[in-house]
Design a protein around this ligand. Structure first.
Ligand SMILES: Cc1ncc(COP(=O)(O)O)c(C=O)c1O
Length: 413
């Protein structure tokens, strides 16, 4: 019905501010910064000197909070391969993998992954986040069930949210809880169990041997995210599934190039005979641009070098053992009883103390990750240390000295 010109105009409606739900986060951040600490989530690496050193916020800093586990970012062959591909193929692909975005090096990196894992199929995504998003949401649809560890990475949860399967979480690393959940799922339903090799917040390893057995006994397919174990754990660096002897029983391995490989990208490898259909039906693979050829060439070179990285793996284990023992001896509370991976989580009493400790370490010349909920389990604040195969034994001792001074100054030890 038309409104008469003489009717009073209605007052402009005030829009609901969609950002107001974030007010508590804004408040927490302002309180933290008002206390005078440097912003832990706004660090700038002005210059990167090596896999273990950078100029951060103007200071020469030892890096103990990157995922550069095998130190491949400055490997001369990795850099040379990227430079050459950039010269030959240009800066970017400007297209999807299924249209104009598959170049020689996308094919080559998938060949390198098949060689690395000794598996039949490999599919490369633009990030590991997208690999989880795509593979999980595409595999498990309406009427299927996803059974996952409650401490799973955000990309796994988001993959569940994107699909329409029923989502059934179980207590972290609890084999009995997994088995109970599996037994309650209706007969004949599709079941995908999603596990991680190394859990990235606490640095603990999953009991994959028992879990994979329980999955097989109950007719479930298994996907293991080996983001934090590829290149380091297992005889050939294939991850925790290799280390625990169950790689052949895992249906899908997810991984990333943003950690041990030292570049960016994500992937899924599998021996499933129908796996190639995923290239046509997986939306986060189809509806996004393929990675630049330089990244692919660097990644392929890095993956092939990681196949011969056993000396580096041994040195990284030594670093992990030394740092874990040293921090424990100093009196810090750690995320694991024993060193289980290249990640050592130091548990902080609260966010305020955690931020103060983070800043004290930065002033000493050490960068670690300050991690807090929702990334961390059980509302914990953590200082996450992630070691690199290129950290020298002397650097690890220097790091321990820095932790001791900062911990005493803040009153944590
Ligand atoms: C377990 C796990 N899966 C997947 C990812 C995502 O990897 P990307 O950085 O390649 O997106 C991460 C990243 O931290 C991770 O920890």
């Amino acid at each position: 019905m038309a409104t008469s010109m003489t009717e009073a105009p209605t007052a402009a409606a005030h829009p609901v501010d969609l950002l107001s739900k974030f007010d508590p986060i804004i408040q927490t951040r302002e309180t933290l910064l008002a206390a005078g600490v440097e912003d832990p989530f706004n660090l700038v690496m002005e210059q990167v000197l090596s896999p273990t050193r950078a100029i951060c916020n103007g200071r020469d800093t030892i890096l103990l909070g990157t995922y550069n586990y095998m130190g491949m970012t400055f490997d001369p062959d990795v850099i040379a391969a990227g430079k050459q591909a950039m010269e030959e193929f240009g800066a970017g692909t400007t297209g999807s993998r299924v249209l104009n975005g598959t170049f020689r090096d996308h094919r080559d990196v998938e060949t390198a992954l098949r060689e690395f894992y000794d598996m039949d199929h490999a599919m490369v995504f633009s990030t590991g986040y997208q690999a989880n998003l795509g593979i999980i949401s595409t595999l498990a649809g309406k009427g299927d069930y996803i059974i996952l560890d409650i401490d799973s990475h955000a990309s796994i949860w988001d993959g569940c949210a994107m699909g329409n399967a029923e989502v059934v979480p179980f207590k972290h690393n609890d084999v009995d809880a997994l088995e109970k959940r599996l037994k309650r799922i209706p007969e004949g339903a599709g079941k995908l169990v999603v596990l991680e090799g190394v859990y990235s917040m606490m640095g603990d390893v999953a009991p994959l041997k028992e879990m994979v057995r329980v999955c097989k006994e109950n007719g479930a397919m298994v996907l293991v995210d080996e983001a934090h174990s590829m290149g380091f754990i297992g005889e050939h660096g294939r991850g925790v599934a290799e280390e625990q002897g169950v790689l052949d029983d895992v249906d899908f391995i997810i991984g990333t190039f943003s950690k041990s490989v030292g570049t960016v990208g994500g992937f899924c490898v599998s021996n499933h005979p129908k796996f190639e259909v995923m290239r046509l039906v997986c939306r986060p693979y189809v509806f996004t641009a393929a990675l630049p050829p330089a990244v692919m060439a660097s990644s392929a070179t890095s993956i092939r070098k990681l196949m011969h990285g056993s000396n580096k793996r041994q040195h990284l284990w030594e670093n992990s053992r030394t740092l874990h023992k040293g921090l424990r001896d100093l009196g810090f509370e750690l995320g694991t009883e024993t060193p289980q991976s290249a990640i050592i989580a130091v548990i902080m009493p609260d966010l305020e103390k955690g931020a103060m400790m983070w800043e004290a370490l930065l002033k000493e010349g050490l960068y670690v990750n300050l991690a807090r909920p929702p990334a961390t389990p059980a509302g914990m604040t953590l200082l996450r240390c992630s070691l690199c195969a290129e950290h020298t034994a002397e650097q690890v001792q220097t790091i321990l000295g820095m932790f001791e001074r900062a911990g005493k100054a803040i009153g944590i030890i």
